[in-house]
Write a protein that binds this ligand. Structure first.
Ligand code: C2E
Ligand code: CA
Ligand code: CA
Length: 681
């Protein structure tokens, strides 16, 4: 195997490579690696299909890729003798490639691997690739014999192991960034280099020879009939790619259907209802149809009979509703209807009354006529109102002792239905803090001149288990009323400081984080205590924090506010005046208040640049801010033309708005920063 025969008529023959096929072999190795990484990403996600399914599919793609690269690489090699493959051994050689890929991906996806594990995985994968390669060689039948040069033979196996180890190790480090196409491309290139370099070192280890007559010079009849191999592997790789794409879409869809729709009635469920209100959406009406005492039917007739009842009721409701409504099944015995069309509430009420009348007619269950008790609670408004608000009004109707189940529509009346959304939220807030329903998002503030990040504003979010996403515009005023705002602000300060210290450790250059401080809290000694405690606990430099206050909220106690703010400034904290221009805005206050920054309210930029008056006013405010030696931030910038207007100014204000980014969670923000590259110091 390693030694040329010692006879005199041995003729060593040199082969040549066809460059286009070598390139094609590399491209195939790359395409397969990319496909494998693409599929592999799904392993991290908890989808409908199991992780093993994705692992198997990724291994298949990778194994097929290594295998096809090998055969294209072989066909790139030209000898002046006849060459062909034994099909059975050729097909057999794919098995070690797939097993090696499986082992490699299995280890690479495991958490907390040690370097030793990666070395072991590199060895397995290297053995697999080498096995496939040398079994593939044995599948060749040709008019020549061959031996291996021992040193290159060993080198090829070592390269296979070393390169596999390196790729796996690097893969494990950058796996968390694998969502980015550029990272997937770079990793695939690395894997392709590993696979092809092993192959071509392996090939240079082979010495071909004939005995007897020397083969004719030239390489006219070298051609192996491997057109079919090329065709097959190309088709396989493309199909795998398509399959991966298709299955991942299917996986997402099945998962979404399972989570967001009721299995029985196929209606969107409570989760979908909550998701639909992420943006604090508004509607004209919300109605809840409540089926009473369903348990009675379950006890009497069994679950499947009760299911039949609910299903037939849902079909009847659906058929009787007017247009422009969305129907959800928010609980096993509750249907929620959201109506978004103005001036149509009479039509809706008529439909709801019809539904009540129809449901009053007995339905047949197991041959017996049964009437399900029900009631429909309704909340409507002339102007669009937060859906959450309507929903809680309808709940209040259902919870009222005066409500019975007489197949009627009962409209919310605040005098009777005293369940109170505000009170409920104030009660829920403690549990929200304890159960991770509250979280902070951060909105970038950008310097448009340098296109650099100037700082962040921390904004609170509440994902409520019943009402879905509630806007801070709704719950902050409620918390202020109920005094709960102190606890929540302390919580916000601590979370923001914790995040700052994390970013400091990771060297994330975020500039400065602003926190909104409610007016009633500004003068409280408790605020000073909380700030000192957290600055110390998280080792934060005071210049990394800014407090945002509004003038309307401090105006009633201006002297004390000025005193408190002065102390914060002395400590090194920045202070911004939020929503500038919306309050009473006396310029004398502006002069007296020890602030560092003004944040011009969104309403001043909305009409710019279309309205000349608005544009002039905005310019004047910005110039005023700068003339008072303040930083100027402008909020709510959404369009390119607004940015262009600001860019034309001699001294441009800092910009915060959807034009650059919506508020983002910390992880998303880091990705966003990665894309924006440079950051101001
Ligand atoms: P704010 O302090 O004036 O915050 C700016 C609001 O404008 C944020 O709404 C932000 O998402 C939104 N915004 C930013 N850029 C744009 C844009 O280009 N277009 C539009 N349409 N909106 C933009 P958000 O987060 O809903 O907060 C609303 C208000 O709730 C805040 O107004 C603030 O008064 C209060 N708030 C939010 N988070 C907190 C907090 O952590 N503590 C306190 N006390 N109040 C908070
Ligand atoms: Ca603010
Ligand atoms: Ca503001």
């Amino acid at each position: 195997m390693f030694k040329l025969p010692a006879s005199a008529d041995v003729h060593v023959i040199e082969g040549q490579y066809s460059l286009p096929l070598v390139v094609l072999s590399f491209v195939l190795a790359f395409a397969a690696s990319y496909t494998a990484l693409f599929i592999n990403r799904r392993i991290k996600e908890n989808g409908f299909f199991s992780k093993s399914f994705w692992l198997a599919l990724a291994s298949l793609a990778m194994g097929l890729g290594i295998w096809s690269m090998h055969f294209i690489g072989m066909s790139a090699f030209m000898l002046p003798v006849h060459m062909e493959y034994r099909i059975s051994v050729t097909i057999l050689s794919i098995i070690p490639a797939i097993i090696a890929s499986y082992l490699a991906l299995y280890f690479a996806n495991r958490k907390n691997n040690s370097v030793v594990t990666y070395i072991a995985a590199g060895i397995y994968m290297g053995i697999g690739i080498s096995l496939m390669h040398y079994i593939g060689m044995a599948a060749m039948e040709m008019g020549a014999d061959y031996v291996y040069k021992p040193s290159l033979f060993i080198l090829s196996v070592v390269i296979a192991m070393g390169a596999s180890f390196a790729s796996l190790y690097i893969f494990s480090i950058i796996n968390k960034f694998m969502d980015r196409v550029v990272v997937k491309v770079l990793t695939s290139l690395l894997l392709a280099v590993a696979i092809t370099s092993m192959h071509y070192t392996g090939m240079s280890a082979v010495q071909f020879y004939t005995t007897g007559k020397a083969p004719a010079a030239g390489h006219g009849d070298h051609a192996m009939d491997i057109g079919w191999v090329i065709g097959l592997v190309t088709i396989c790789t493309i199909s795998l790619f398509l399959l991966a794409g298709l299955t991942s879409q299917l996986d997402k869809y099945v998962d979404y259907r399972l989570k967001n729709f009721d299995a029985l009635t196929k209606l969107p469920n409570q989760k979908q209802f909550a998701d639909d209100q992420k943006n604090g959406d508004k509607a004209y009406s919300v109605a809840i149809i409540h089926l009473h005492n369903l348990e009675k039917y379950i006890m009497g007739y069994g679950y499947s009979a009760a299911d039949d009842v609910v299903k037939s009721i849902s079909e009847r409701i659906e058929s009787l509703l007017p247009q422009h409504v969305k129907l959800y099944q928010t609980e096993a015995n509750r249907f929620t209807i959201v109506h978004t069309e103005g001036g149509q509430s009479e039509k809706l009420v008529a439909s709801l009354e019809k539904i009540c009348a129809v449901l009053k007619l007995p339905a047949l269950i197991e041959g017996r006529a049964v009437t399900v008790e029900m009631v429909c609670a309704l909340s409507t408004s002339d102007e669009p109102e937060y859906i959450q608000k309507h929903f809680s009004n309808a709940i209040a109707v259902l919870q009222s002792p005066s409500t019975s189940y007489n197949h009627e529509v009962i409209e919310f009346n605040p005098a009777i239905h005293t369940f109170n959304f505000e009170r409920q939220l104030a009660m829920d807030i403690q549990s929200a803090m304890d159960h991770h329903q509250l979280f902070l998002v951060y909105q970038p503030k950008m310097d448009p001149e340098k296109e650099q990040l100037a700082g962040l504003e921390a904004l609170i979010r509440w994902r409520h288990p019943v009402y879905g996403m509630i806007s801070p515009g709704v719950f902050i005023p409620i918390l202020e009323e109920s005094q709960k705002i102190y606890d929540v602000t302390d919580w916000i300060i601590e979370r923001a400081c914790e995040q700052i210290s994390l970013w400091n450790k990771k060297n994330v250059p975020f500039g400065q984080v602003s926190i909104n401080i409610p007016g009633i809290y500004v003068t409280s000694p408790r605020l000073t205590g909380t700030l000192n405690e957290n600055l110390e606990k998280y080792s934060i430099h005071p210049t990394q924090l800014e407090l945002e206050i509004t003038e309307t909220s401090v105006i009633h106690d201006m002297d004390n506010a000025i005193l408190a703010l002065g102390k914060f400034r002395d400590k090194g904290l920045s202070v911004a005046l939020d929503d500038f221009g919306t309050g009473l805005s006396s310029l004398s206050y502006l002069k007296r208040m020890p602030i560092t920054t003004i944040k011009i309210d969104k309403s001043f930029v909305d009409g710019v640049p279309t309205s000349e008056k608005d544009a002039e006013l905005l310019k004047a405010i910005i110039i005023l801010g700068y003339s008072l030696k303040l930083h100027v931030v402008i909020e709510g910038v959404e369009t390119n033309s607004q940015i262009e207007f600001l860019r034309a100014m001699e001294k441009q204000p800092i910009v915060q708005g959807y034009y650059y980014s919506k508020p983002l969670e910390a992880g998303e923000l880091e990705e966003w920063m990665g894309r924006k590259v440079l950051v101001a110091k």
